[in-house]
Design a protein around this ligand. Structure first.
Ligand code: E4P
Length: 213
């Protein structure tokens, strides 16, 4: 499973990129607003840091606007993937953009049927939201598993991005459920790598080593 960072904050992108483990970035309008900088400048800067897909979401809700904005954003950089909502206009825009050779990520996916329709519209990526499903007491990891099973059964090439990832368990369970990618918030990366037994082990090795010198 590939790892993406879910952030639009340049310092966060630079820091996690320096770990050598991420192969893409996802953003959304909330994350862009939180970063507090110009949308276009931010996305282009991220594309210059990361070698891999960078998802940037349309903010127009009408079909014409969505398509126009999607095509415009796609021209900013070759790495850009256009994020569209899992609704009727999102499907139509997805078809149009993918016919033009533009990569798409269909976001806010909460069901297998949404994933099926998005893949039929030519989506490059689909983003099922684990955390937000759990917020309403549904099983987000089970949704990832089901979409994976359906995609495998029907030889569907759309890649599954486990999104709305909030805990270390979401990351490992997404990998086990067959997600192609997990997009992970900045603060979670520390929790994924740090382990008290690793820290304790390093301390012991170092104190034993120092006794020999
Ligand atoms: C993914 O593409 C989204 O940006 C993100 O994972 C949403 O996460 P949230 O539900 O924690 O806001």
């Amino acid at each position: 499973m590939e790892l993406y960072l879910d952030s639009a904050i340049i310092e966060e992108v630079e820091e996690i990129n320096s770990w050598g483990i991420i192969s893409g970035i996802t953003t959304n309008p909330t994350l862009i607003a939180k970063a507090g900088k110009d949308f276009k400048e931010t996305v282009i800067k991220i594309c210059e840091i990361i070698k891999g897909p960078v998802s940037a979401e349309v903010t127009c809700e009408d079909l014409e606007g969505m398509i126009k904005q999607g095509k415009e954003i796609a021209r900013w950089h070759d790495s850009i993937v256009i994020k569209l909502p899992c609704n009727v206009n999102g499907l139509k825009a997805c078809k149009e953009l993918s016919n033009d050779g533009i990569q798409t990520n269909l976001t806010l996916c909460f069901s297998v049927n949404q994933a099926l329709l998005c893949s039929a519209a030519g989506a490059s990526f689909i983003s099922p939201f684990i955390g937000r499903l759990e917020d309403i007491n549904h099983n987000g990891i089970e949704l990832i598993r089901e979409i994976k099973e359906v995609f495998e059964k029907h030889n569907i090439k759309t890649k599954i991005i486990a999104a709305s990832v909030r805990t270390p368990e979401h990351v490992s369970a997404s990998a086990l459920a067959g997600a192609d990618i997990a997009t992970i918030p900045y603060t979670l990366f520390d929790k994924l790598i740090n382990h008290p037994l690793t820290e304790k082990g390093i301390e012991k090795f170092m104190s034993d080593w120092k006794k020999t010198i």
